[in-house]
Design a protein around this ligand. Sequence first.
Ligand code: ME8
Length: 653
Amino acid sequence: MSDKTFYITTPIYYPSGNPHIGHCYTTVACDSIARYKRMQGYDVRFLTGTDEHGLKIEQKAKEKGVTPKEYVDEIVGTFKKLWKYMNVDYDQFIRTTDDYHVESVQKIFKKLYDKGYIYKGEYSGKYCTPCESFWTDSQLDENGCCPECHREVTFAKEESYFFKMSPFADRIEKLLTETDYLQPKTRATELVNNFIKPGLEDLCVSRTTFKWGIPVTFDDKHVVYVWIDALSNYISALGYENSRPDEFSKYWPADVHMVAKDIMRFHAIIWPAMLMALDLPLPKHLAVHGWITFNGEKMSKSLGNVVDPFVLGERYGCDAIRYHILREMALGADSSFSNEIMINRINSDLANGLGNLVSRTVAMADKYFGGTLPTERESTDFDEDLKSVVINTIKEVDEAMNQNKIKQALESIFKTVDRANKYIDETEPWKLGKVPEYKAKLANVLYNLLESIRIISGLLSPFMPSTMPEVWNQIGAVPENVTYDKLSVFGVLPENVSVHKGAILFPRIDVEKEIEELNNIIKQNMEKAKSNLSESEKPVEKIELAPEITIDDFAKIEIRVGKVLSCEKVKKSKKLLCLQLDDGMGGRQVVSGIAQYYKPEDLIGKKVQFIANLKPVKLCGMESNGMICAVDVPDGCKVIFVDDDVPVGSKIR
Ligand code: ME8
């Protein structure tokens, strides 16, 4: 094993709902970096896992009538299944319910207490129960509600242990502003201005109001609260302060913690403070990416605004999904997910770009040389430029990967794919194939293409690990031809290489048909997610009100009660019903667009509300004197009926 080590971690995910594309991004990104480093010869440790304690899990398990452990076990199983499906090759999966982790957290808590960094106090403030969070007044939203879920907060007081943050403020500020810990470093300003400059507040690190957590050994009323439990996973996994074999001295400090921006603060401020308090070396880099959003909202399972990664993988293959999410997200920025962008990207880059390059090259080697290249060569004017672009790719990819810029690495590789495709257009092998004297030239062109594909596919293998072995098989490469050191050298495949025609790597997708099918799946998911939400999870709907009006404005609208005397469908219209109302004023006819939701007999004899002073209009040739009041509901519309004892003609005020 190499003595160059590389330790990379994902966040440990909450198993409070099944994983989605957002979770896939961080995990697949770390997997790709880990694979790249393994390819470079590093002894890699790639850690992922689940963060299983807390009130939310306790509540959800209760609602389902199972123990918290039973509840998380099932979801953790789905996470593991997804990582297998996505070909994520982690070295260790940590669960915060694992004994060794519990042991570490208890010792770390006690150590910090003994050193005087943890003390007992009282927490008081505005508290949001579903989010398990205390908020300061300035953090509340414009209605004085929770800034995250917008529900009401209550005043709460609780005995808690606190972790002193202020002793570390100066060192943390330097870490963020003077070192390359934070990637991208541009985010340091917001952290320094929002949290460090105003004075670092001590952190509440224990709770007494729920039980599903790691008990504080010296005060059993308390369980350790969120961050000391969760963040410690990065070192407990290596055997720090527990009975696992010591790998801490080998792999710590971590090379990369990768997280999304929502938990940047905890990793940029609290985690370094904890390590400083424990006198431990700090991790080398914190790579922060944005959110995968869907229609502008953070993608999340509870909103149902996601296509299940299993469904996507089943349709396009896991490598297409890996490629799409890695290619879309720039470190630091959000990336908006759309099925259309995904399918177009798969079609353009994978089916047309890479897939075509491989299939055309292999097909021509097959057609013109029966699959095995002859050894005579004659160069073309385009060879040198192609070779220099191809050989240079690894430098660009290395440079990008050293900064964890995966999107940039993939851009470089696909620029080379384009260059190789252009080489086919330049050399026109189909013309060379027609002239026997050009045999050596044609062999040279095809060999250069196979070599380009070898290097491209070698560089792509950390990102698309399932498909690249198939590419190697088709171009006649063996694993030794695509080791890292061979990816900067042109001319590795044997001169008389044999290709093997194979399946299409990335079939072209029919965009319109797919979008329609995926949209239907999303619609179903949204409905399912809504009906599956527990009361505590249901989002408070944001209702946009029309501009304010005065009572005088309202007085201009006459809403009155009428009784439906008769009702019939309007001929030539699927939507309209024509109603005759007793309006207490001699009667009137109203035409209403409710035919899809009500049969005439459902309405006859019912009392309804109608706008009595609306200017008459003609609808499908029928005069309408007013409008029936109704509301939109998810599967249609409902008329607002009035109790039978309300007299017709009554005015609504
Ligand atoms: O925060 N786009 O767990 P979590 C991009 N347990 N990434 C996303 C995403 C999205 N829409 N949604 C989730 C926790 N992620 C804590 C972490 S670590 C010591 C404790 C990814 O399940 C992203 O990496 O809410 C984010 O940081 C992580 O999931 C949070 O997962």
